[in-house]
Design a protein around this ligand. Structure first.
Ligand code: XLS
Ligand code: NI
Ligand code: NI
Length: 443
């Protein structure tokens, strides 16, 4: 595809990142991500569909509750709102193309600053999406998903779709309508809802049932509107248990699946699962993926990782090979992601202030996934892993066990079977054997 440079080259010292193989000691090369390599029936790029998160890499300048931003991005210096937005987009396209990737994800006001009125915001979005359209059509860079930022503006302090004030709910509706319009205009493949403030800080002032009903009504409207403008992609909900709200309604995969089914949204919605949100919910990432896969709702991933020592969404780049191998095992065994891909919802640390840090972080994350996929390929093709798992459940494959599976038995039948069979023999779960097996392929 080649490198795409805008008016100015922002990452001047950095060339296109290429696959150089395991032996390479070039920190700006892929050692495992060889995009056209076939693995388990698909190329690596088809397995992954890696995406850059516009907000973390091009907007966020490193501010935290204790101090202002530390990163002086050369694309963010102009005092003109449009020039700043165009420069930022040029930088993003240069970056994505230099990494040899094809996708990005955005919130409406990542692309350009929100205006002082809805009208001004709409004009801004209109112009920047024209610019994005041109860049997209002259490249092979695409939108993995779009979304609306319904959490930063003070008007959303009590929630967006779940706000107790209908005026705020309507405002959120206008924003989602615009965000859907741009996502569709840019050929976006999916649309995400992450409801950071769709929850509560205290039950004392909250009518929980009203808020959750309203959220469902709102999502139905968004879905109907999206379909009416020809958006055929998936809608995704991204679960997270808390932060910024004390309790978020989209707590985890199981909660979201129950909600979608209860309100008849399960045909159009799937899940976008984030590593660090899983760990915040007290689950492992592979648990959350498996729960989504069980419901046929495993749509997409926000790749990052948390920190063992603290309980917030640190959004660090993935680098834990065990976590990713175990997760890819779930993804591959359940047939892959439906419609989505792997969005690096991750940021470099506040004190990683060089432009090349953006490259190191993404290269590391991409290679961790690529390396893990090669490990999973070996586990599946060259080991007894699947066989051992199947054997553990083989008593349901034939005879009376199969009849149970097919719902042809009643409780009386079970009692007769138990009497005839006597005390079952103990069967080991073999956890350590399996752990060693996985490690054998990781080492
Ligand atoms: C925040 C979320 C957010 C969503 C998009 O924790 O991960 O970044 O992915 O709104
Ligand atoms: Ni996310
Ligand atoms: Ni997050």
């Amino acid at each position: 595809m080649g490198v795409i440079i805008g008016k100015k080259e922002y990452f001047k010292n950095l060339l296109e990142v290429k696959y150089e193989g395991q032996e390479s000691d070039n920190p700006l090369a892929y050692r495992y991500y060889d995009k056209d390599r076939m693995v388990l029936g698909k190329t690596m790029r088809e397995h992954f569909k890696f995406a850059i998160a516009y907000w973390h890499s091009f907007v966020n300048s490193g501010n935290d509750p204790f101090g202002p931003g530390t990163k002086i991005y050369p694309w963010a210096t102009s005092s003109d709102v449009y020039e700043r937005a165009y420069n930022k987009m040029d930088a993003a396209f240069e970056f994505i193309s230099k990494l040899g990737l094809e996708y990005f994800c955005f919130h409406d006001f990542d692309l350009i600053d929100e205006g002082v009125s809805l009208k001004e915001s709409e004009e801004r979005l209109q112009k920047i999406s024209e610019y994005a359209s041109e860049k997209i059509s002259s490249s092979n860079i695409k939108v993995l998903w779009g979304t609306a930022n319904l959490f930063s503006n003070p008007r959303y302090m009590n929630g967006a779709a779940t706000n107790p004030d209908f005026n705020v709910v309507s405002y959120a509706g206008a924003q989602v309508k615009n965000a859907l319009d741009i996502t569709q205009k840019l050929g976006g493949e999916n649309y995400v809802f992450w409801g950071g403030r769709e929850g509560y800080m205290s039950l004392l002032n909250t009518k929980m049932k009203t808020e959750i009903d309203n959220m469902a009504t709102f999502l139905h409207m968004a879905k109907d509107y999206g379909r009416s403008i020809g958006f055929n992609g998936n809608f995704f909900i991204e679960p997270k248990p808390m932060e910024p709200s004390k309790h978020q309604y989209d707590y985890d995969s199981a909660t979201v699946i129950g909600f979608l089914k209860e309100y008849g949204l399960d045909k159009d919605f799937k899940l976008n699962i984030e590593v660090n949100h899983a760990t915040l919910a007290g689950h492992t990432f592979d648990h959350e993926l498996q729960v989504a896969a069980n419901a046929d709702m495993l749509g997409s991933i926000d790749a990052n990782r948390g920190d063992y020592q603290n309980g917030w969404d640190t959004d660090q780049f993935p680098n834990n090979i065990y976590e990713i191998v175990e997760s890819l095992l779930v993804i591959i065994r359940s047939g892959g992601l439906s419609g989505g891909g792997i969005n690096f919802d991750a940021k470099t640390r506040r004190n990683s202030t060089d432009l090349d840090d953006l490259f190191f972080s993404h290269i590391g994350g991409i290679d961790i996934f690529a390396r893990s996929l090669l490990i999973v390929e070996k586990i599946i093709n060259d080991s007894d892993y699947i066989k051992l798992l199947d054997e553990r459940y083989s008593s349901f494959d034939s005879g009376i066990g199969k009849k149970f599976t097919d719902r042809k038995l009643n409780l009386n039948d079970l009692a007769i079977q138990a009497k005839n069979n006597g005390e079952p023999t103990l069967k080991s779960g073999k956890q350590e054997l399996l752990e060693n097996l996985i490690n054998r392929f990781i080492f």
